[in-house]
Each structure stands twice: as C-alpha cells, then as structure tokens.
Design a binder for this molecule. Sequence first.
Ligand code: ATP
Length: 685
Amino acid sequence: MIGSAWVDFVLGAALIALPQHKVPLLLGTALVNGVRHVAHAKRREHAPPEAENDAGEEQVELEWRQLDCVLTAKKGGCKHILKDLQGRAPPGRLLAIMGPSGGGKTTLLNALAGQLPAAAGLTLSGVVTVNGRPRDAARVRQAYVQQEDLFYSQLTVWETLMMAARLRLPADMPDAEKQELTEGLITRLGLAGAADTVVGDEKTRGLSGGERKRLSIGMELLGRPRLLFCDEPTSGLDSFQAEKVMATLRDLARDGRTVVASIHQPRSSIFAMFDDLVLLSEGAALYAGPADGALAFFAEQGHVCPEHYNPAEFLADLISVDPTSSEAEAATRLRVAGLRSNFAASSGALDALADGAPADDKGGGGGGRAQAAPPRCAPLQQVQLLFSRSWRQISRDRATNIARAASNVSSALIFGGIFWRMGRAQSAIQDRMGLLQVAAINAAMSSLVKTLNVFPKERTIVQRERAKGSYGVAPYFASKLAAESPISALFPLLFAALVYPAAGLHPRLSRFAKFCGVLTLESFASTSLGLAVGSFAPSTDAALAIGPGIMVLFIVFGGYYVNEGNVPRVLRWVPSASLIKHGFEGLCAAEFPGLAFEPAPGSGGQGDLADGDQVLRRLGFEGTSVAKTANSQARVILFNYWVTYCILKARKPRFARLEPPRARELPGGNGGGNGGAEKVHGAAA
Ligand SMILES: Nc1ncnc2c1ncn2[C@@H]1O[C@H](COP(=O)(O)OP(=O)(O)OP(=O)(O)O)[C@@H](O)[C@H]1O
C-alpha cells in the first residue's frame, strides 16, 4: 500500500510541476489514475477475504507467556512496562484485566490484540498464541473496541450500523439481510429506543456515553469476531451505564466468544460479572485466575477483604502503590513486591485459569448468525454510500452551518459598513484594495478553520474503517469532495451577495459573477489546505496551530503587503503557492479593469491613478485576468488534494512486532516493584 502511495506521490509531483498549457494532460492522467484505482479495487474485490477461511463459529483460546514490554530511553535506562506475564483467555468467558492507573492494562490488551503502537525504543517480546498457533498465523476473526468512540455525529444509530454493514459485508448479501442483521444487533445491544437518535457531539445532543459505547461494540460485531478486546469500556460512564455495557460484554462471551477487557475500578455488581481476572501492578501480574477465587487467594496471604466491601475496591487498594508519602510508598511497594513473588511462586491460580471452562456453555450461536466476512461492495457503490454519509453529515450539521452562515453574514455587514458605497475618488482606490484583501482573507480563514476543526477527527474514523478494509482512499476522498463542495460554496456566495452591493463594487452583473467565482474557488483552495494539514497533523489542536501559521505566510505574500516584484528570490515560490494571493489578484482582476477614477482635488491628475489598469500595474498585476488566477488557484487545489490523498493512503498505524521471548535478569530477582523502571539486561533469546 505504501509502495502504491509513493507511485501516486511521484506521479502527482510530476503533474503539478507541468507548465500551465499542459493542464489538460494533467486531467487525462488523473482519469487514467482513477481507472487504475477502480481496477485495483476490483482486483481486491475478487481477492480471497482474509476471514472467510475461518470456520463458522470456532471457539478461540488466547494464551500468552513470557510477555515482556520494555521501553529503552534515549539517554539510557529502561522502563519495564510488562514483566514476564503469562495467562490464558478461554472461550465463552469474560476476562478482565484490572489494576491501578499506569499498571500496564492497556499495554497488555494492545499486546494481546497485536495492536501495541510502535514507538522508538519499545520492545515487545514473548509468545501469544490463538488455539495453540502463533497469533499472526491463526487468522482468527478478532475485534478491538477502542476506548475513544468515534462516529459521524449526524448519523443515527440505525444509519451508522447500516452504513457499516453495507460497506463491510459482502456485496452479494441482500440488503434485506443486512437490514435484518442491523435490526438484530440494535435489539441485542439494547439500542432499540435510540435507533433513530443521532450519535451527536459537543454541539448536537445525541446518544448517552453508554449507548455510544454499545454502538462501538455493535460496529465491531459486524465483523463476526470470535475474539473481542475492549479497552476501558466503562471509562467516563455512570455506574448504571457501565453495568449495562459490561452486561453486554458478558452476554457476548456467553455466546461462545472470548472477551478480554481492561477495566480500572469497577463496582461490585460489575466485578461479579467477570469470569476470569488478571491483576496487574507496575506491569507485573499479582493474580491471574478465576475472578471468584481472587479474594480467597489473597486471604491465604493474610489480606482479608472486609465483609460488605466492594471486592474490586479492596483489590485495587491492595495492589496499588501509595505515593502520598515516602513511608507509605515504601510500605506499599514492599507489599506489592511480596504479592508479586507469592503469585509467581503459586501455580494454582494460573492453572485454574488455564482450565477455565465456558462459564455457561451455550456453544456458538448468537451474534454471528447471518454475518459474513469481507469482500466489500464495489468501488462505485462505495462512492455512492460514502457520498450519502458525507452529505448527511454536512447537510444535517445545523449548528456548524448556522455558525458559518452567521460568521459570513456578520463579516459582510461589518465590511459593508466600513467600506460603504466607496465611489471613485482616489482615496477609494486604497479602500477597494483593502476590501478585496479582507474579503480574500475572510473566505480563506473561515473555510480553513472549519476544515481543521473537523478533518483530523474524521481522518481517525476513516483510518479505523480502512484498517477493517471497508473502502479505499479514492472512493472516500472523491465522495467527500463531491458531497461537501455545494454546501461549502454557499457561504462565500452569501458573503459576496451582501458585501458587493453594500461596498458599491463594479456595477456589472458579469463582474459580480466573477467576484463570486473567485471567492468560491479561493474557499475551496483553503479547504484543500485544511485537508492537507489535517491529514498529517497528529491532532485537531496541532492542526489548528499549523494551518493558520501557514495562512499568515500566505497573507503576507498575498499581493497587498509585499509587491510580488520585491519578494526575495529565495521566497519567490511563496506567492505562487499563496491561495490568498491568487484570490486577491482574481478579485482585483474582476474589479479594476475598465474603472475610471476621479483625480484628487487640486492635483490636476499629477501622481493620480486614472483607471483600474494603472491600479493593477501598481500592484504588480499587469496582464492578469480572472481566468489566469483561477488556473493558478486550481493548481493549488490539485496540489493540496494530491498531498492529502497520498498522506491518507500512506498513513497506517504501526504496531510493535512481537519478538521471541527474552532471557532477562532483573536486579533484586523476582521482587521487582521499583517504580516500573527496572533495569533490564540481557539479549533476545
Ligand atoms: N509508548 C510509551 N512510551 C512511554 N511510556 C509508555 C508507553 N506505553 C506505555 N507507557 C507507560 O507504561 C505504563 C503503563 O501504561 P498503560 O497505558 O498500559 O497503563 P494502564 O494501566 O492502562 O493505565 P490507565 O488505567 O491510566 O490507562 C505507564 O507508566 C505508561 O506511561
């Protein structure tokens, strides 16, 4: 995939560097490229789907041993994140990984799922098997419900699940069957009452936290997983919602699936739902066995849970290091180290976990009934589905659309008021240039900020969906642009319709049409810059810091503050990349030609600018035209789209490789417990 992204990168670079008269060639090649993608997608469509070879409802047993995770710092020293862990997650049971914050729960879950994000200096080693085979070779259907629930906020529960079903399930599966499946999932997850509720976000009221989490689980169930990982499914939920979510996971386990969830500190009713339990503290296991055997295990060591006490709270207190004072820290460290050696010395609990039978064996059945694995729908159908999703998202997002409209109307009223009916005096020349410059900046900024606010989050959703093979970048990108462009064009048009007559700009309809066209194209260029920045920025905050920074540079070299002829040689490329400059130049080209200006009183015309052509010359825009600036702006747009496309295509989450078990030697033997930062010596076995 990365190789093909590089081909696109090089091809795109060559095309955009072409001289302007070869632009038709560029379009032709884009068409060829499109056909290549459709052909590629078609080939993929006929490729054997990775999960179809799996037997229908096989039982999955996950096992791990000698699992170590070490982070080596650049300045030397290591942090031992997971310490020689072993355990087993049998089918039909819910295994909970519990422990204090920073204990290594998420790292263990990620390592078991094969989704531990790769990082410099991070080494993961050990053995993880599925039904006795190395996990990567086992090709079992697994799913991972991430801690952060990400959805298109304006789609309802039904639409979200149905869209995922249409994109992920085989094209030859009748739509009625997909609908039936979606309905079944909604009922199963207890979401029937919320089926027509939009997911919502900070601006739009929608699902509750628990409903969102159950929807996340539902999305993963579409892939018919037999092995389900869930990271902190109850975090941020009230106790009622948390209980409902955990009950859902327990029921999924009862249907024969293997369910592994990390959880921080559950209430007692949730603790009672666990079949098996792994207790982690500072990366080391203090218990792994049946959940109902944990209290007895620790009672034997003299740590008795008081009556009527939440066992989860008792265990959390028992295995946590208390950093509030040096005495408390030393005492709790000693206790945790003792628990760790006691557990390592006892094989009983581990054996019990290993022998765990399905808690209430109902065999297979349940959720996987009619669901099938990939192949997906054809690229054209993907475009159709993704277009309808993008269209619903943008057209239903009333809060954002109203805010954008209000911002454009208020800017138009303010600028219209300041530059009210400018006339043709010499002083009106500067006013005109000022208005055209602020109009160019306003159109660019409003589109940029809107895109930067939305796209990084959407990119994460798309990456998750693409990781499941739901669709390709080309159908996604094409449908997004097609759906969003008409609505995005409305806002600059609204601004233009108000400010143009108020300021008394060139009184011809054709000039007004050009003014609107230039502003709309500039708004698209700014959106394309937002997409390019949003595709590589690590977060929305980072995108909001980078995007406006670039825009300030484009404003400075936007043709108004620095004359193009005076730009230092080394920065000559900036004006040609500046969408503000092309926008401003285009607005000047629409406004000034043919305009005659009155001489300043008493000047006798000396030093005055008599007409618009002289103004254009003064600005360094002689010989310009709307068509020429539109051409330059189109190249900026194509360049940004191409950058976005290549980054989206190349960007994939990188996961740490599972190395063979390491031979290690820990200072202090098995005791550990020195702040999770033990020195690890030794080499890979
Ligand atoms: N890539 C990494 N770089 C640096 N430190 C890391 C990395 N991954 C994990 N850690 C550290 O390893 C320890 C365990 O992290 P992990 O997220 O697994 O804990 P956790 O038990 O899930 O915590 P929480 O309940 O707070 O989410 C923490 O101290 C964390 O800072």
